[in-house]
Structure formats: structure tokens, C-alpha cells
Design a protein around this ligand. Structure first.
Ligand code: FE2
Ligand code: FE2
Length: 218
């Protein structure tokens, strides 16, 4: 009578033999498959996905190039930033022309405004304000950057109150007043004297940096 140990051994031998009977083709396929391999037939799917990513990246690059190209055409760094102020104020006016039944439109306009102000603030905070501090205009740079904090606070409040809130228009009106005052200080006081104090080459450098930063934020 076979013992339990003998039975286990004969089972292992049988399993080894059945492995040996596997065709060398199938074994080759199995051995080539690492833990990270893709199933048979995945090639075209992966190629299509990678192609899609490449097209997406190219389209995004094209969109950014178009957006920033249009802005660069506005001129020097201060003119680019002034154009962005006008665009943001125009979005505010569209928001103020809505009523509380237009919740979808209000949400879309707030998204557009958030993106525009975010990109704009990034260009100023990463290029213009540091350049101002470097030129010993720390007080102006700090005041303006502090106001950007309150601009973000308005966005936070509007998102939290929702587009059908009874005081939505009042909040947008207060928000617009802050942005308008802030833009006025930049356009009428700080930027002209800063531009005047720099050489043409320094101004060109700031314009290039604003454009480069704006490209990635577009
Ligand atoms: Fe600003
Ligand atoms: Fe600005």
C-alpha cells in the first residue's frame, strides 16, 4: 500500500511530467511575460493610447502657444498684464449681468475668472513682484501680493456660497471693486515707474519671463 509521502511524490512527478509535455511555444510565451507585461493583443491598444497622449500633448502645446502668442502680441510685460486685467474685468461684467436662475452660466464664468486670475497672479508673483523687490520696491510688491490673497479669498467665498445665493451679485460686485483698484494701482502707479527705471534689456527680460510663465499656466 502506498504511503501518503509516496503519493505526494508521485503527484509532484506527474505535474512535472505534464509541464514537460507543454509545447515549447507556449512555454516561450509564458516565460517572456514579466509581471509588467501586457496581454496578447494589447499592442495596438497601447499604441493607440500613446498616440492619443501624443496628440493630446501636441494639441495642448498648440493651445498654449496660441494663447500666449496672442498675449505676447500685446507688447511689453506691463501691456500684457494690463490686457489680462481688462479680460478679467470683462468676465466680471458678464457675471454681473446674470440673474440667480442662470446658475450654470455663473459657475462657468467663475471657473473662467478663477483660471484667468490664477494665471495672471502667477506671472506677477513669479516674475514681476520678485523683480520689484530686487529693485528695492519691496513695500509695493508686498502690498500687491497681499491683495492677491484677498482675491483668492473672494474666489473661495463665491465657490462656497454657490451660484444661487441671494448675495452672489453683491459679493461679485465687491470682488470686482477690489480687482479694479488693484489693477489701477499696478497700471497707473507701480508698473509705469518700474518700467521707466529699467533699461530696455531689463524690460525685455521681464517680458520674456512673463511670457514663459504664462505659457505654462495657460
Ligand atoms: Fe496683481
Ligand atoms: Fe495684475
Amino acid at each position: 500500500m502506498a504511503t501518503r509521502t509516496q503519493n505526494r511524490q508521485s503527484n509532484r512527478t506527474a505535474s512535472r511530467n505534464s509541464s514537460r509535455s507543454e509545447s515549447s511555444d507556449a512555454r516561450g510565451r509564458r516565460d517572456n511575460r514579466s509581471a509588467f507585461s501586457w496581454g496578447d493583443g494589447a499592442g495596438p491598444v497601447i499604441a493607440a493610447a500613446l498616440g492619443g497622449v501624443a496628440i493630446g500633448l501636441a494639441a495642448n502645446y498648440g493651445r498654449k502657444a496660441l494663447m500666449q502668442g496672442l498675449e505676447a502680441a500685446a507688447g511689453d510685460w506691463d501691456e500684457i498684464l494690463a490686457t489680462e486685467h481688462d479680460l478679467a474685468l470683462a468676465v466680471f461684467d458678464k457675471m454681473l449681468a446674470t440673474d440667480e436662475s442662470q446658475t450654470f452660466k455663473r459657475k462657468m464664468l467663475l471657473m473662467k475668472l478663477t483660471h484667468a486670475l490664477d494665471k495672471h497672479a502667477h506671472q506677477e508673483e513669479m516674475v514681476v513682484y520678485p523683480a520689484l523687490r530686487e529693485a528695492n520696491e519691496k513695500a509695493d510688491a508686498d502690498q500687491l501680493e497681499g491683495e492677491h490673497g484677498y482675491i483668492k479669498t473672494f474666489i473661495y467665498e463665491l465657490k462656497n456660497m454657490g451660484p444661487s445665493a441671494p448675495n452672489w451679485l453683491e459679493k461679485v460686485r465687491e470682488f470686482r471693486a477690489l480687482v479694479s483698484k488693484h489693477a489701477h494701482m499696478e497700471e497707473e502707479e507701480v508698473f509705469p515707474s518700474f518700467k521707466e527705471s529699467m533699461t530696455d534689456e531689463q524690460n525685455r527680460k521681464v517680458t520674456g519671463l512673463v511670457n514663459a510663465d504664462g505659457f505654462w499656466m495657460a
